[in-house]
Every structure is written in structure tokens, then in C-alpha cells.
Design a protein around this ligand. Structure first.
Ligand SMILES: [Zn+2]
Length: 128
């Protein structure tokens, strides 16, 4: 077992963005050390962030069978949507379908791109 490295966590939390910290304390809460949660809560209080308001974002997040939030394929935010995409070889040849997950921000970017390309067939799936 590793001892909890308080100093390392504090340094990491200090450098993290507020969004990242809110995600950690809400969506990924289950996988965190209680000491780390304490440090993050203290840091958010210091920044004047009321993360309780952020719970709605987490309720929309996709979760695995254990209830742990799933992460966006493109960033560390919780995923709210998933779809199949192609894994591209050298960005040119589609090789195999791959399941991609999107946080709200990346999902919005994806939909905007599809609409710009006139592809209206891919509609937003309801979040379950
Ligand atoms: Zn994302």
C-alpha cells in the first residue's frame, strides 16, 4: 500500500482548474481518497466555488455498472453522451469502429460540426 502523499496532492490540486476539481469531487468522487476530497473541498472553498450547484452536471453523466462516472474520450470531464466513431489510420483510413464518449462541451462541438457538414441524421440521443 502507498501512503497518502498529502503534499503531492495539495500541489496537484493547487494547479488544477476549478472545473477539473469540481469534476473530481462530484463525478469521480467514488474513486478518491477521503483525504484528497478534503483537500479539494478546502481549495474550492478558498476559490469561492460552491460545487454543490454542479451536481446537476454529474446527474447527467454516464456511469458504468458500478455507478462510477465515465470520462470523456477527449478530456477529463464526465461524459454525458456516447456514440460510435471510427478509428482512423493516419487520419485517412477508417479501421475499426470505436466507442467514443463526450462531455457536454465536446458533444456540443461534435453536433455543431455535424450540422455544419449538413449531416442531420445523427441526432442527439437522450441521456439515460
Ligand atoms: Zn470532453
Amino acid at each position: 500500500m502507498f501512503a497518502f502523499d498529502r503534499e503531492r496532492v495539495e500541489k496537484n490540486v493547487e494547479k488544477a482548474t476549478t472545473t477539473d476539481l469540481v469534476n473530481r469531487i462530484t463525478a469521480y468522487r467514488g474513486g478518491m481518497e477521503p483525504e484528497a476530497l478534503e483537500i479539494i473541498e478546502a481549495e474550492l472553498r478558498r476559490r469561492g466555488v460552491d460545487w454543490h450547484n454542479e451536481q446537476t452536471a454529474v446527474n447527467e453523466a454516464l456511469a458504468d455498472e458500478t455507478g462510477a462516472a465515465l470520462m470523456c474520450s477527449f478530456c477529463r470531464a464526465p461524459a454525458v453522451e456516447q456514440s460510435w466513431g471510427w478509428h482512423w489510420l493516419w487520419g485517412k483510413v477508417p479501421i475499426f469502429p470505436r466507442r467514443l464518449r463526450y462531455c457536454r462541451e465536446h458533444a456540443n462541438a461534435l453536433h455543431a460540426k455535424r450540422i455544419a457538414h449538413g449531416d442531420e441524421s445523427t441526432t442527439r440521443k437522450p441521456i439515460t
